[in-house]
Design a protein around this ligand. Sequence first.
Ligand SMILES: [Fe+2]
Ligand SMILES: [Fe+2]
Length: 306
Amino acid sequence: MSESTFAETIAKDQRVEPRDWMPDKYRQTLIRQIAQHAHSEIIGMQPEGEWITRAPTLRRKAILLAKVQDEAGHGLYLYSAAETLGADRGDLTKRLIEGRQKYSSIFNYPTLTFADVGVIGWLVDGAAICNQVPLCRSSFGPYARAMIRICKEESFHQRQGYELLMTMMGGTAGQRAMVQDAVNRWWWPSLMMFGPPDGDSPNSAQSMAWKIKRHSNDELRQRFVDMSVPQAEALGVTLPDPVLRWNAEREHYDFGEPDWSELKRVITGDGPLNRQRIERRRQADSDGAWVREAAAAHAAKHGSGR
Ligand SMILES: [Fe+2]
Ligand SMILES: [Fe+2]
C-alpha cells in the first residue's frame, strides 16, 4: 500500500488495516487516541469499583461487578488495538502512571453515594456512547471493530444506570434527593466529556479529514443534551442548567456553557482525585509485576513466547 492507496481507502470509506501503509502522523494520532481511551476504561473502573463492597443488594452487587469487569475488557481490546500500530502495552501503562498520557477527566470526580453509580451509568456511559458510536466507523479497522463490541456493552451499562435511578426515584424522599444531588454533580462534568468547544480543539480537523473522528465535539455534545433532557423528565429529576430550554427554530435544546477553566484544571492534573486515581493504578501495576514475570517465564520455558 502506498500514499495514494491510503488516500483512496479513506476517500472510499474503507478500513485501513495494521499492515497497510499509513502516514506517520495518522499512526501517532491513533496510538495517542486509542491509548487515552484504553486508560480511561481502566481508570474508570475505580470510581464505581469503590461501591462494589457497599452495594445495597446481591443483585446490585452482581450488576456492578459485571459492569466494572466489562470496563477492564474494554481496556484490553483497546490496548490490543494500539499494539497493532506498534505500540507496547507496558510502555503505554508507564506513560499513564508517569502522567505523560491522559485519560478522561470525568474519572477524577468522587462517587459520594450509591446514586452516583446510577448517574454514572446513565450520564457518563451515555456520553461515552454518543462519543463512541461514530467510532465504530473509524477509518482504522482494529479500532472500529473494538468499538462495535464496546458499544454493545456500553448500552447495557447505560440501561442498568437508568434502571437503578428509576428504582431509587420510586423509593423514599431521601433516595430521590440522593439521585438529584448526584445528577447536579455529574451533569456538567458529563458535558465536558466531549472535549473543548470546536474553536478550541486543535487536532479535530485533521482527525475528521482522516475519518478517525466523524463529528465535532459540539455536535456530539448537542446530541447528548437532546437525548438526556427527555430522559431526565421521565425520571423526574431536573438538570442543573438555568438556561436549558427547547429551541423550536433550531429543533435542539439550548444549554449553558460548561466551566471550561474547570475542564482545563482537571485535565492538567488538578481535579479532585487525579493523584489518588494514578496512585491506585501505579500500585496495581507494581502488585501485578510478579504475575507478568511468571507468565513471561512460563511462555519462555514452553516456547510459546512471542
Ligand atoms: Fe467502557
Ligand atoms: Fe461503560
